[in-house]
Design a protein around this ligand. Structure first.
Ligand code: SAM
Length: 246
């Protein structure tokens, strides 16, 4: 999969050389290209922002550098990328979004600074390619770079060959499948007793049926406790009698 990122802070993306995503890049599973937006400015100050029409505080990112940068990166590709514009006012980025993006051959991220990008940029490219304005949570960051790091990691780990164990993602919180809609429960490793805290005995029992049931019970408890709104939306058809007792 190819991902392009256009930003005024290319150095922000150094972590993409590390860990799982760094290895995926080294293996050629993920082709990430980071571009400096200011390379498409033409004044001595390499200006990318200006005051907002209509007044108000803050600055807005100018359309011209974004237009030139996007044109240059997209080129005359027969299959253009999906353009992802992080913004707190966008549609929520969820695991479902990550799964959909993992099926795309090419994503192009446009993280903004200041008050965001002149809205005409999204209108212009919306006529030619799929443009998604997405928010990663109900809070406001200083810029879109951290949001892009979040999305690249969430999408990248779903690509075939990236995770060591293909089943890891299937058991995750929010993953579709048997545990659909449930958060993952607590996890344990050796030693069996640490500072007086014991690992739940069922996990040492070797009884796979009992372990699966315990995991589901704990997932249900955690979902009800931490995310009651998710628990309320659970599909009644996937709940069994024991689930209702939990
Ligand atoms: N005034 C804008 C608003 O309230 O919608 C917020 C601008 S924010 C200071 C600057 C940039 O950070 C945004 O344009 C976006 O790229 C990024 N950003 C901030 N919070 C974000 C979030 N929750 N999700 C995705 N991107 C975010």
């Amino acid at each position: 999969m190819r991902m392009d990122i256009i930003t005024i802070f290319p150095e922000y993306f150094a972590p993409l050389d590390v860990s799982l995503i760094g290895k995926a890049r080294a293996k050629g599973l993920l082709d990430i290209r980071v571009h400096q937006l200011r390379d498409w400015t033409h004044d001595v100050h390499r200006t990318v922002d200006d005051t907002p029409y209509g007044g108000g505080p803050g600055m807005v990112m100018k359309p011209e550098p974004w237009g030139e940068a996007l044109d240059a990166v997209i080129g005359d590709a027969a299959t253009p990328p999906r353009l992802v514009v992080p913004t707190p006012s966008g549609r929520p980025f969820t695991q479902e979004t990550a799964l959909a993006y993992a099926k795309e051959p090419w994503l192009l991220f446009a993280p903004a600074r200041y008050e965001g990008i002149d809205a005409r940029v999204m209108a212009e490219y919306g006529d030619r390619l799929r443009v998604d304005e997405v928010g990663i949570g109900d809070y406001v960051l200083a810029g879109g770079e951290a949001a892009v790091l979040v999305m690249v990691e969430a999408v990248g780990r779903l690509l075939p060959g990236v995770l060591g164990n293909v089943h890891s993602a299937a058991d995750d919180s929010f993953a579709p499948g048997a545990m659909s809609g449930l958060l993952e429960g607590p996890v344990y490793t050796k030693p069996p007793v640490w500072r007086g805290h014991e690992v739940p005995p069922v996990l040492l029992s070797g009884n796979h049926g009992a372990i699966a049931r315990w995991r589901r019970d704990e997932a249900l408890r955690r979902t009800v406790a931490n995310r009651p709104e998710l628990a309320a939306r659970l599909d009644p058809d996937v709940l069994d009698k024991r689930d209702h007792e939990v």
